[in-house]
Ligand binder design. Structure first.
Ligand code: M6R
Length: 607
């Protein structure tokens, strides 16, 4: 939800800011802008639309020349995407970029208006710029401390003061922000990929800490103006990991990276053939007594939780409730001591998931975070933490982050089942070994099913609406298949429990309507196929994703995508792949912006 960057150094600042914003465009792409000290004066250039529009404007109008500045790429919250609502925003002496939401901006705006301050935009950000300007007394640090004392909500701010052309200031509360450290140059950014071209070293800023950066160094203060000593972090991946590497889109590159992501995530957590999550604070002793488990997350991460529910309940026999984070936090959940709340999040910054984590802790539950982004807020606040090692996921539509969330749910489920004595060590070894084999099987699917998926996409592109159906684990997986397709192809789609269709939804079926059915579970095969036949006989065009060894009457479907067989429990790890491919190619064929679908952003740090 918006990306902010800042630079103080010796390079051409406009170029650095634009490059850094390119790497953050996944966070929002409604508009973009920069502010650079040009001959000692702040020069702002901003534009509605994607970064390309800003670049074109800078070509036309001349770009700011200088070595210190800030930049922004926006996902609109307050005020439509327009030039005037684009960041940076300014008061007379101060210019800022902002990621987050100022909840009390109306009150603050009223207060400032009563002091004759005039506003030009509809944004909450301009209110912060004007408040900083209002309190500005020649001392930036004091001004920032006073101003943030009055702000409610979430923010990461990059700030420049007209009187201090060598410096940028940064402060955060809730919204993520890092401070990149180079030689003779320093940076701020919402996320690590923005700075990887220049440095891999960075500090994580904590809540209400203020960073002061110049080309000469970085000083970080707490809200009492005390200097804080921070641990310097080093990114464990380089710039190439966040590049397309010859692929047309990040999404297809990330689909192909899945085998490696699983290996990175699973292998280090297996010892002597069994899961070992002790480096994550998880031992048999501290997990075996939970009464209830809640999995709380949003979007794709929540769908990974749905698969996890089937796995944990089936193997460990503990009740698992899966909640959408935005519902959990307001439904007064019956959660407390003795319960485990698992928060799954790729970014580790999703506002609702973070709020759910805090709520669970306040109610006395133990919390476990499954997170991809290192050092993110959810990762830092949970009691136990399992990192997924997907590497940077840039495409807005999640693929490799999902597959490793599944992998971790499996590892955790196996370990829990063993800890509770619900499965034998031998069975646990068998399951773990099957999990370790999934990367190879996924490689074969990527090789064998690519063209078929491409062809099936040609049959979907004109559809107005389609259904995904399945039973059990296949139903849990089809939720993700449906989300993947709709978010990037813009074709309406719904996932449905196959056995539930005839209680209403089957009336939607009309000749030619695509239905994507998933049937990977031997025990449910017959029943799912009979549901498939029900829709097929009403004219649906059926695509069946199933195991290569299943014998199914050819009249039951129009197209069949075969995947290899593994342990039944693990089939979603494989069946996910053709679903991702079909969604990807359908989006490509419809001419959509696959990596940056309309209205979306990668990291949702607002409610
Ligand atoms: O960063 P998170 O995993 O917490 O994000 C959750 C959802 O916003 C995310 O999975 C979203 O649904 C993606 N667009 C799915 O592709």
């Amino acid at each position: 939800m918006c990306g902010i960057v800042g630079y103080a150094g010796f390079r051409d600042c406009s170029e650095v800011l634009i490059h850094a914003l390119t790497k953050l465009e996944y966070r929002g792409y409604d508009s973009a802008g920069i502010a650079v000290f040009d001959n000692g004066k702040i020069k702002v250039c901003k534009s509605q639309g994607k970064l390309e529009m800003l670049k074109a404007k800078m070509e036309r109008e001349g770009r700011p020349q200088g070595h210190v500045g800030i930049g922004h790429t926006r996902w609109a919250t307050h005020g439509e995407p327009s030039d005037v609502n684009s960041h940076p925003h300014s008061g007379a002496k101060v210019t800022i970029v902002h990621n987050g939401i100022i909840e009390n901006y109306r009150e603050l705006k009223e207060f400032l208006s009563s002091k004759q301050v005039k506003f030009v935009s509809e944004t909450d950000t301009e209110v912060v710029a004007q408040l900083l300007n209002y309190y500005y007394d020649g001392n930036p640090l004091d001004t920032i401390i006073k101003t943030i004392g009055e702000l409610e909500g979430s923010f990461a701010l990059g700030i420049v003061f007209e009187d201090f052309p060598e410096q940028i200031y940064a402060v955060r509360r809730e919204s993520p922000l890092i401070v990149g450290v180079g030689k003779g140059e320093n940076y701020i950014a919402s996320d690590v990929p923005a700075i990887l071209k220049y440095t891999r070293d960075y500090y994580l800023l904590d809540h209400d800490e203020i960073a002061v950066l110049s080309s000469e160094g970085v000083t970080i203060y707490d809200e009492h103006k005390e200097v804080v000593t921070k641990q310097l972090m080093t990114a464990d991946w380089d710039e190439d990991a966040a590049e397309k590497g010859g692929y047309e889109h990040f999404m297809i590159k990330e689909i192909h990276e899945q085998p490696n992501s699983i290996n990175m995530t699973v292998k280090p957590r297996v010892e002597d053939g069994l899961p070992n999550l002790s480096e994550c604070g998880i031992t048999h002793e501290n997990i075996k007594n939970f009464k209830n488990i809640f999995v709380v997350a949003c979007g794709t991460a929540m769908h990974a939780g749905m698969v996890g529910k089937y796995v944990i309940e089936n193997l460990a026999r503990i009740p698992v409730t899966v909640d959408i984070a935005s519902e959990f936090r307001y439904r007064n959940p019956i959660v407390g001591k003795g319960d485990l709340v698992i928060i799954i999040s790729q970014s580790g910054e999703t506002a609702d998931s973070l709020a759910a984590l805090r709520l669970a802790k306040s109610l006395g539950a133990k919390t476990l975070a499954i997170v991809n982004a290192k050092g993110s807020t959810i990762a830092r606040e949970a009691d136990m933490l399992i990192y997924t090692h997907a590497g940077p996921e840039i495409a807005v539509a999640s693929t490799k982050a999902y597959i490793v969330q599944l992998a971790v749910m499996y590892l955790f489920g196996f370990e829990l089942a063993l800890a509770k004595g619900r499965i034998t060590e031998e069975k646990c070894r068998e399951l773990t070994s099957a999990l370790l084999d999934t990367p190879e099987l996924i490689e074969s699917i990527l090789k064998n099913d690519l063209e078929k998926s491409q062809y099936i996409s040609t049959q979907l592109i004109t559809a107005d609406s389609l259904l995904y159906i399945g039973r059990g684990l296949d139903y849990a997986l089809s939720m993700e298949g449906s989300l993947k397709l709709k978010e990037i192809s813009y074709i309406h789609s719904e996932s449905y429990a196959a056995g539930e269709l005839k209680h209403g939804t089957i009336s939607l079926i009309e000749p030619g309507m695509p239905v994507i059915a998933v049937a990977t579970q031997p025990e449910l095969l017959e029943k799912t196929v009979s549901n498939v036949v029900e829709v097929k006989s009403r004219g649906a065009m059926v695509v069946l994703i199933t195991r290569e060894d299943f014998k199914i009457d050819e009249n039951a479907y129009d197209y069949r995508i075969d995947i290899p067989a593994t342990d039944d429990t693990l089939m979603p790890m494989l069946a996910a792949i053709p679903m991702q491919l079909v969604a990807y190619y359908t989006s490509v064929l419809r001419g959509n912006d696959v990596d940056k679908p309309r209205n979306l952003a990668k990291s949702v740090t607002v409610e």
